[in-house]
Design a protein around this ligand. Structure first.
Ligand SMILES: Cc1cc2nc3c(=O)[nH]c(=O)nc-3n(C[C@H](O)[C@H](O)[C@H](O)COP(=O)(O)O)c2cc1C
Ligand SMILES: CCCCCCCCCCC(=O)C(=O)O
Length: 343
């Protein structure tokens, strides 16, 4: 069992069961949640031998950020449900691992405090119908030092989270708020998920900010082409970790179509179900420039705060380095699709 999977098993024992279910759960019958992982399990590697790969080198540059490995932390809400220090502890762990963290707009710690840690940061943005408010959030994230915006595109409505509905989980515990949702008067606003969003809103954002913009939640190749056509700087193949449309295709199955459509014009990232270095290797071989991880980071955080996050990310990188050598490659960029088969 990979360390990330083991961490999930152990995190269940230390977390409040309602909070564990919020973090772990998915939408509907959780078919997409399960299939994200199952898609990796369906693949096998066809390694090359005697290639003199030498010592592995995972170092990666992504939109100007230098990373120890092509593994980025996905935006996830409410880290203080997992650990009292919340997103600050996550940031300390990610920094120690030489990684990059995407901070959710729904974080329970303010972006300025997280940025103080000094970790390379991207900001996970939910476009709000109030463009003035959105622009203010973007300016705040940029002023704090965030280096890119990750726009969530797959949430025109909230996912129906079966476990949360069963528990009646509707509100954060007393004293916990979304610190980045404060308006000019420092009042906390509610998140509005907006079914009227279109590519025009992405064009508006593109024109509003000088930061790189990545669109997260792309599965269809036509949307990948539209994203590039709207001047985005990266496309993230994601189904929100199976938390939005249950029955949506697994991200690994969607990846090749998006990679073809993007045709190398901007980086393509994938998240959903990455639980081991071998999973990461499969996604990289099929054309992803980097993978993102969501829940494994939360399990590390729950188990050991910053040290737990560092351990989860470190284990993923170690496993990836090991698998890289075993398939005959030295760098992630040496990986090719022929190394992956579906028997
Ligand atoms: C608890 C939780 C909160 C999340 N919050 C956000 C969020 O605020 N914004 C967003 O774009 N995606 C959010 N996601 C989705 C993740 O960014 C990511 O797509 C997903 O977790 C990847 O799948 P994985 O958990 O299997 O790695 C969240 C996921 C989880 C599990
Ligand atoms: C605290 C009760 C639940 C409130 C849900 C707010 C939506 C948060 C959005 C975060 C997210 O994307 C997710 O998948 O979760």
């Amino acid at each position: 069992m990979s360390r990330a999977r083991e961490a999930e098993r152990r995190a269940r024992d230390v977390l409040d069961p309602v909070h564990f279910d919020f973090l772990a759960g998915g939408a509907g019958a959780e078919r997409t949640l399960a299939d994200n992982e199952a898609a990796f399990a369906r693949r096998r590697l066809l390694p090359r031998v005697l290639r003199g790969a030498g010592a592995p080198d995972l170092s990666t540059t992504l939109l100007g950020a230098e990373l120890a490995a092509p593994v980025v932390v996905a935006p996830t809400a409410f880290h203080r449900l997992a650990h009292p220090d919340g997103e600050v502890a996550t940031a300390v762990g990610v920094a120690a691992a030489g990684g990059l963290m995407t901070l959710s707009m729904m974080a329970t710690v303010a972006v300025e405090h997280v940025a103080d840690v000094g970790v390379p940061l991207w900001f996970g943005l939910y476009l709000q119908p109030d463009r003035g408010f959105t622009a203010a959030v973007v300016a705040r994230a940029q002023d704090a030092g965030c280096r890119a915006l990750v726009v969530t595109a797959d949430s025109p409505v909230r996912g129906r989270h079966t476990r949360d509905l069963a528990h009646g989980f509707r509100a954060l515990p007393e004293g916990m708020v979304c610190e980045n949702m404060r308006d000019a008067d420092w009042r906390v606003r509610d998140l509005v998920v907006d079914a009227d969003l279109t590519w025009d809103d992405v064009a508006w954002l593109r024109a509003t900010t000088s930061l790189p913009v990545l669109v997260k939640g792309v599965l269809h190749p036509a949307d990948a082409r539209l994203a590039v056509g709207h001047g985005v700087d990266g496309v993230i193949v994601s189904n929100h970790g199976g938390r939005q449309l249950d029955g949506a295709v697994s991200t690994l199955d969607a990846l090749p179509g998006v990679v073809d459509a993007v045709a190398g014009r901007v980086p393509v990232l994938l998240d959903g179900g990455v639980r081991s270095g071998t999973d990461a290797l499969v996604a990289l071989a099929l054309g992803a420039d980097a993978v993102m991880v969501g829940r494994p980071v939360l399990w590390g955080l729950a188990l050991g705060g910053a040290a737990g996050v560092r351990a989860v990310l470190g284990d993923l990188a170690d496993e990836l380095a090991h698998a890289l050598t075993l398939v005959g490659a030295r760098r992630p960029g040496d990986l090719t699709p022929d190394l992956v088969v579906t028997p």
